[in-house]
Design a protein around this ligand. Sequence first.
Ligand code: CP
Length: 318
Amino acid sequence: MSPATLGKDLVGLEHMSAEQITAILDTAEPFKEVSERPIKKVPALRGKTIVNLFFEASTRTRISFEFAEKRLSADTVNVQAAGSSVSKGETLVDTARNLEAMRIDMVVIRHGSSGAAQFLGQRIRSNVINAGDGKHEHPTQALLDLLTLRDRFGRIAGLKVCIMGDVLHSRVARSNIWGLTKLGAQVAVCGPPTLLPSHVADLGVTVFRRIEDAIQWADAFNVLRLQLERMTAGFIPSLREYNRVFGVTNERLSKAPKDIVILHPGPMNRGVEIDSDVADGPHSVILPQVTNGVAVRMAVLYLLAGGAPDWATAGGDA
Ligand code: CP
């Protein structure tokens, strides 16, 4: 097996090598161009059937996967918990096995439980791609973040990236920490102690307690959404207080020694973790992240289906 081969499933970045992650980013490069064509389609996955199983709300990830699948000419079906037999008590495995009985090839799953994607991947023959599982990982989000950083800086190694805010509840943070550190970036986290995991420094990251210190250090901020729906206790005094102490504002960023590139996985709480003039400002790459999401997901689908990492040079741009 080539070091860049992904194996059967994409569950997270924790157990992937730098070579595998780089192969996905490199494969995404030529797929970017497909989305700029008048006819946004290549035949790479013609004949493959992919099911998008979304048991939690999603705009970007679900639609991005669907575009990626359609642009690769796969046949796609979307299943959501509401309206499916999951709402009658059917288990995840029974749902997936029934779908497999209809001869599917891949499942993209978003689920509220950490470990759901791995659990499913171990029980069905189809390739499984994790589109976000509980507080565990969101690998394709981190991959699109890496691609966006690489576009902007020309490299990942040596970059100083600070993950801002609600790290405790964030699968995006975990996948970013794994991906960035494997590719040689320096990673920090910054937020109130209540929103940072107690042993986060064990992951090889620097911890900033004050945003002002992070601003002096960072090349890029990945600003996380405050996940109010996952907060069962009083993690912060109020949204206003959070914005006052940890909000990413132009006033704060104006004190940085260099322009800090701003990422946010979305959806944003404008005026809470990030102010609108930052989100919509000249150093924001929030919409380029979304654009790159389609190319990254095309690359993941293509590689898991057994495609060679050199898609374009292998004549794939037909
Ligand atoms: N970034 C992200 O996962 O967004 P969605 O929840 O809209 O998919």
